[in-house]
Design a protein. Structure first.
Length: 122
């Protein structure tokens, strides 16, 4: 199969709005996304982050830069403010190149965000 660009989804939650805590949780999420899907640094095309409106301590992209992904295009946006939505949540869409079929991708939801996609295998 020739290389193609695909996207992975993921999310995590924070316990508190704190920069160090955000960096730790987002780095855990990105690391799991890359490990579970055999994505290397050079495979990355871009990463889009969203955060709920109750997070103010730092941009989620800071975590990616601190783990050596500063040369990857990164962008942050605010998640829609929907009644009943999960609070203190960071969501990720990671674009990358791979020869693996889409059906083999393993999206990653950690902490309280596991409940967002209970239809996905662990």
């Amino acid at each position: 199969m020739p290389p193609q660009m695909l996207a992975l989804r993921g999310a995590t939650t924070l316990d508190v709005d704190d920069e160090g805590h955000m960096v730790e949780r987002v780095q855990d999420l990105l690391g799991e996304m890359m490990e579970r899907n055999e994505v290397g640094h050079d495979d990355l095309v871009s990463i889009l982050f969203t955060a709920t409106d109750d997070l103010h301590c730092a941009f989620p992209a800071l975590a990616a830069r601190r783990m050596g992904l500063g040369d990857v295009p990164l962008i942050c946006a605010q998640e829609l403010d929907i009644d009943g939505a999960m609070p203190l949540c960071v969501r990720v869409m990671m674009h990358f190149t791979t020869t693996r079929p889409r059906a083999e991708l393993r999206h990653v939801y950690l902490e309280q965000a596991r409940g967002l996609r209970d239809d996905l295998p662990e």
